[in-house]
Design a protein around this ligand. Structure first.
Ligand code: LLP
Length: 417
């Protein structure tokens, strides 16, 4: 069971901060994402405190949860943003983030997106290949601008995590190969509309062992030296995101301080500003997905299923990464049962839990799928004609609807006969 400060049982019912989840389910319907504002703020402060000794700038990676109100919560605390597309850039700007606090990443930026980000005045673009550098140079030239760029390096460090979310390995599409860097540095001297201001990496997501960061940072620091001797005025070293959270109480995440203990002494002497791009760490534990049990069924072998009204369309992580999410009753009755918790989608991978001991709730009662703040709503889809859920934020006793439930009309509004 995941019981936090902000999602806690009082007597037998689960609350978000001062508000009962049962009440939220009745008021807004299900499925419903519920986010605790205080949990977001607390995670940000924990991150900032851990790295306080290091001159740094934290850019929330909005891909984890791009709800405007979530982005604004971090922006109000002074946090910047890491965006991965023109769409995310638009969202960050709409949320009120200052353009010079936004960094623009992505392995396949289109010319239009490059032009959009240069026009908006982002802090820098992170480039991942020679052809991309050439394109950024050309677009900047056309706009009469000098583009500040960072080079995303592929440090060839294979961090242990799910294979779909490891990104620092040279087998993957991300970043510029170390072997290519000499050529890149030479080329930069010939691209008049680019200014190299940073070196960047992102080795993956949900990484438990700080040693992977250490290995990749050693490489980044060596490159910093090389680039300095070549006359580049590097201002930023971007370490990326990837810091872990606890999904399964049996597998607690490494505390953020352990990462800081290793990284701060390494990075401090570099004299440059360090950028971090945490996504999951800041948001994962701040939300739950509320869902209603529609049917309880039992098969010939005695296997129990709870069919709920949310599915892989609202949380694809179990299907895609075999990831664990705790599933807890909103109102407990003290009894448990071993069951599969499955959604209504016509795919066998549509499940939240398999053969798990869970609270024995009845049909019509609510379950909370925990740790749904990161990569849940943002990865939702209309598959099977599903409507994206509403989203609410809770701050103390205050409840704010921050995204309306999609309607049937919206489902077809872009289609033409
Ligand atoms: N920076 C870059 C360049 C990234 O690609 C990512 C995540 C981050 C920062 C933030 O990483 P985080 O701190 O959240 O680990 N959908 C997957 C995770 C994909 C991560 C993609 N990149 C999941 O649900 O586990």
């Amino acid at each position: 069971m995941l019981d936090s400060h902000y999602f806690h049982y009082s007597d037998k019912s689960l609350n978000c901060d001062n508000v009962s989840l049962q009440e939220l389910g009745s008021r807004f319907g299900t499925p419903l994402y519920v986010t605790s504002t205080k949990s977001l703020v607390e995670s940000y402060h924990a991150f900032e405190t851990a790295f306080s000794k290091l001159p740094h700038f934290t850019c929330y990676s909005v891909k984890a949860n791009f709800n405007l109100s979530v982005i604004r919560t971090f922006a109000d605390l002074g946090c910047g943003c890491d965006v991965n597309s023109g769409g995310e850039l638009y969202r960050a700007l709409q949320a009120g983030v200052a353009p010079d606090k936004i960094i623009f990443a992505g392995v396949g930026k289109k010319k239009e997106e490059i032009a959009y980000s240069l026009g908006a005045g982002v802090l820098m673009l992170k480039a991942e290949s020679i052809p991309e550098l050439q394109t950024i140079d050309r677009v900047a030239g056309e706009l009469g601008k000098i583009a500040d760029v960072a080079l995303r390096i592929n440090p060839n460090v294979t961090a242990e995590t799910h294979p779909y979310i490891t990104t620092g390995d040279s087998k993957e599409k991300f970043g510029i190969d170390e072997a290519e860097l000499q050529e890149v540095f030479t080329l930069l001297g010939q691209l008049p509309n680019l200014r190299l201001v940073g070196l960047d990496m992102h080795i993956g997501s949900q990484i438990f062992d700080p040693e992977y960061y250490v290995a990749a940072t050693v490489k980044l620091l060596a490159l910093l030296k090389v680039s300095k001797t070549m006359g580049f005025a590097i201002q930023f070293l971007d370490i990326g995101g990837g810091f872990p959270v606890t999904y399964d109480p049996a597998k607690p995440a490494t505390p953020i301080e352990r990462f800081a203990d290793k990284l701060v002494p390494m990075l401090l002497p570099s004299g440059v500003t360090v950028i971090f791009e945490p996504g999951r760490y800041l948001v994962a534990s701040a939300s739950v997905l509320l869902t209603k049990v529609l049917y309880k069924k039992r098969n010939h072998a005695g296997k129990e299923f709870f069919v709920v009204d949310a599915g892989m369309t609202e949380l694809i992580r179990p299907a895609l990464y075999q990831s664990h999410h705790e599933v807890q009753a909103v109102t407990r009755n003290g009894e448990t049962i071993v069951a599969d918790v499955v959604g209504p989608i016509c795919e066998s991978s549509d499940f939240f839990a398999r053969q798990r001991e869970i609270d024995a709730v009845d049909e019509g009662e609510l379950l909370a799928v925990m740790s749904c703040g990161a990569y849940a709503s943002v990865m939702s889809s209309n598959y099977n004609g599903r409507l994206r859920p509403a989203e609410v934020m809770v701050n103390g006793s205050e409840v704010t609807l921050v995204r309306k439930r999609e309607t049937l009309e919206q489902l077809v509004q872009n289609e033409l006969f």
